[in-house]
Design a protein around this ligand. Structure first.
Ligand SMILES: [Zn+2]
Length: 286
C-alpha cells in the first residue's frame, strides 16, 4: 500500500471542504468489518457497488438496461430496498439507464450528479425520479468530501467547478471522478473521462496516486494516457467492458500501456463480476 502525500492541492481542498455524513443506517448483508467493492458485469457499461464495513451502501452508475437490479439482488438482502448514496458519473445510457431502474425500485437517500441542462429523455427521467424520491442532492466539485461512515471517504476530484445549468454535446469529459479512501486503500473511479479530463485533473495538481484504478471509458484508447497512468501508478486496474462490444473495447493500445506499466488488470467481459474486499490495509480480488 502506498501512503498518500499531502501536496499543495490538499491545502486547497481543506479550505473548500464540504462534508456530508450519512445519518441513517441501512441493513447490512454481512457486518464483518470489511469494505467490499463490486464491479458488476452489466455488459458494455459501468456499475460499481460499495458496501462499507457497517453496511452503508453506495452505487456508482447503473450500467445499461436493468441488469443492475439482479446484480443488486445478489449482494443485498431481499428485504433491503434502501441505498444510501447513488452517483451518476455522467448521463450516458451505459452508465445511467440502470440508475433509472434503481430509483424506481429502491429508496435512495442521497444522489451525486452534475445538474446539467439536457432534454435527453433518459436524463429527464432520472431528474424526475430524483425529485420524486426527495433525495438529498450533492453537487460534485473538486474538494468535496463525502463521508460514507466507518472511515470510508469518497473524495470528489473532478469536475473542478460546478456544472449546474451548463449544456454539453458530449459528457464523457464531465464525468465525476472520485477517490474512494479507506485507511491505506485508495481506489480511483474515473467514469468515462478522456485525455482532456485526465489532463485537467493533473493540471489541478490533485494527488491521484491509488492502489486500484477503474480504467476510464471502458479501455478506450482516448483515455488512460501514459502521464495519467504514471501519476495513478496502481497495482491493479479494473476494466468495465462488455463481451464482444461494438467499440472493440478495451483497445490494444490501453492493454499494452497497462502491460508496460506492469499493472495487472481485470476485465468484466473475461472475469465476470469483480469483487474487491479490504480491511483498509490489504485487499483481495475475486
Ligand atoms: Zn461509458
Amino acid at each position: 500500500m502506498k501512503s498518500r502525500q499531502l501536496g499543495l492541492m490538499h491545502l486547497v481542498i481543506l479550505l473548500c471542504l464540504s462534508v456530508f455524513a450519512f445519518s441513517t443506517h441501512s441493513a447490512a448483508s454481512q457486518k464483518d468489518g470489511l469494505l467490499k467493492i463490486y464491479f458488476f458485469n452489466v455488459g458494455q457499461g459501468d456499475s460499481i457497488f460499495i458496501e462499507t464495513p457497517s453496511g452503508h451502501q453506495i452505487l456508482i452508475d447503473g450500467g445499461p438496461g436493468g441488469k443492475v437490479l439482479s446484480k443488486l439482488g445478489g449482494v443485498m438482502p431481499f428485504y433491503d430496498k434502501n441505498i444510501n448514496l447513488v452517483v451518476m458519473t455522467h448521463p450516458d445510457a451505459d452508465h445511467a439507464s440502470g440508475l433509472v431502474e434503481v430509483l424506481e425500485k429502491y429508496e435512495v437517500e442521497n444522489v451525486v450528479f452534475s445538474d446539467i441542462e439536457s432534454e435527453k429523455a433518459l436524463y429527464l427521467a432520472w431528474k424526475e425520479l430524483v425529485e420524486k424520491e426527495g433525495a438529498n442532492i450533492i453537487d460534485p466539485i473538486l474538494g468535496k468530501i463525502i463521508d460514507l461512515g466507518d472511515g470510508v471517504i469518497l473524495h470528489i476530484i473532478y469536475p473542478s467547478e460546478s456544472l449546474t445549468g451548463q449544456r454539453f454535446d458530449k459528457t464523457n469529459n464531465n464525468s465525476i471522478v472520485a477517490m474512494l479512501d479507506y485507511k491505506d486503500l485508495e481506489v480511483l473511479l474515473t467514469g468515462d473521462i478522456e485525455v482532456k479530463g485526465e489532463r485537467a485533473i493533473l493540471i489541478e495538481g490533485v494527488d491521484v496516486d491509488a492502489d486500484i484504478l477503474k480504467i476510464a471509458h471502458h479501455g478506450s484508447k482516448t483515455s488512460s494516457m501514459e502521464e495519467f497512468l504514471s501519476a495513478v501508478s496502481p497495482e491493479v486496474a479494473v476494466i468495465q467492458v462488455g463481451a464482444e462490444n461494438r467499440y472493440s473495447h478495451p483497445t490494444e493500445e490501453v492493454l499494452k500501456r497497462l502491460d508496460d506499466f506492469g499493472i495487472k488488470y481485470y476485465r468484466n467481459d473475461l472475469d465476470g463480476d469483480i469483487k474487491i474486499t479490504s480491511d483498509g490495509n490489504s485487499f483481495i480480488i475475486n
